[in-house]
Every structure is written in structure tokens, then in C-alpha cells.
Design a protein around this ligand. Structure first.
Ligand SMILES: [Zn+2]
Length: 92
């Protein structure tokens, strides 16, 4: 996976917190819309992304971040919208 590293290269960036913070903003700003039983439209700053739920319940996104890292703010935003807030250690 070395060729993918440049995306999250900065050691000072807490990737998990950054994704959580953006995901909460997406939900609070009303940018997550359910368009069918297993499909959501998430309106990001530049692009709209389709998040799908697979047969196992796992969420998939069509953005580059998800393809590189296996997760992204869009799938987390859908998770928060459907399940309530994710409890982060930083909030304790
Ligand atoms: Zn995404």
C-alpha cells in the first residue's frame, strides 16, 4: 500500500478525528440524504458522493478517500445519521 501513502502523510494529522469532525458537520448541515433503502447521497464541499450499504451491512462510498483508506467522512456521516453520534475519546 506504499503508493497510497501520500493521502494521509502528515504525522500531525489525526485522521480519525478529522473524519469524525467532518462527518458530524455533514450531518448537522443536512448534507446526508437517504435516497433508497440502502443508498444515501452525501453532498460534500466539491462533489456529491453515493454511499451504499452492502449485503453484510458494511457501508461503501465511491470517493477516492474510501478507495484509498477503506473509510471516509461520507460513510461515517451516514452511520451517524442512522445510528446517532459516534462517541469519540476526545469528547470524554
Ligand atoms: Zn466518501
Amino acid at each position: 500500500m506504499k503508493h497510497r501513502r501520500r493521502l494521509w502523510r502528515s504525522p500531525s494529522l489525526n485522521v480519525c478525528e478529522a473524519i469524525l469532525a467532518k462527518a458530524e458537520w455533514l450531518v448537522q448541515d443536512g448534507r446526508v440524504k437517504r435516497i433508497s433503502e440502502d443508498k444515501w447521497l452525501v453532498a460534500g464541499i466539491k462533489n456529491r458522493h453515493i454511499v451504499r450499504r452492502g449485503a453484510t451491512g458494511f457501508l461503501y462510498c465511491n470517493c477516492k478517500g474510501f478507495q484509498a483508506c477503506g473509510t471516509c467522512s461520507h460513510v461515517v456521516a451516514v452511520f451517524i445519521k442512522e445510528n446517532g453520534r459516534v462517541k469519540a475519546e476526545a469528547e470524554a
